[in-house]
Design a protein around this ligand. Sequence first.
Ligand code: HEM
Length: 145
Amino acid sequence: MTDCPGTDCAQAHSDRAALSDDGIRLLVDRFYAKVRRDEELGPIFARAIADEDWPAHLSTMRDFWSSIMLTSGRYHGNPVAAHRRVEGLTPALFERWLTLFAETCAELFDQTTVAAFMDKAKRIAASLQLALFYRPEQDRPRAAP
Ligand code: HEM
């Protein structure tokens, strides 16, 4: 880290979580705890996931991030199909999701790891939104008469 050299700095950052399955567990648990309390996202998740199904969802999300960040190959699912089932999704909610995800990453990891998570999260959010909201027949410019 360029702006805080020296041993004090190393000490100050030694409580940062490692990019590991343990770090991912902390991130997933903390992120979805925030999401469930959030005014905008909370009701969407509450409609889609019953209380008793949360442990399974958190486990899927740990496998997902482990596959993405640690190439563990543990996630085998179809995020587009899963999100098509979610009622009330909007592009603005994706912005909120990314804000809370960035906030949670910053609470746990060093800047390089935060940047790596956010790079992946933004790309996946963009591709999910293309799959969910892009309507070529409406968005294509009209042909000249
Ligand atoms: C507005 C933003 C979002 C909302 C409201 C949302 C909501 C949900 C909900 C309710 C589920 C459970 C669906 C089900 O089991 O039927 C789900 C699953 C999932 N979400 Fe999201 N999501 C959002 C954005 C994202 C983003 C940006 C990512 C990735 C970076 C992501 C990754 C996943 C994955 C991997 C699953 C599991 C899919 C499976 O069952 O295999 N979500 N999401």
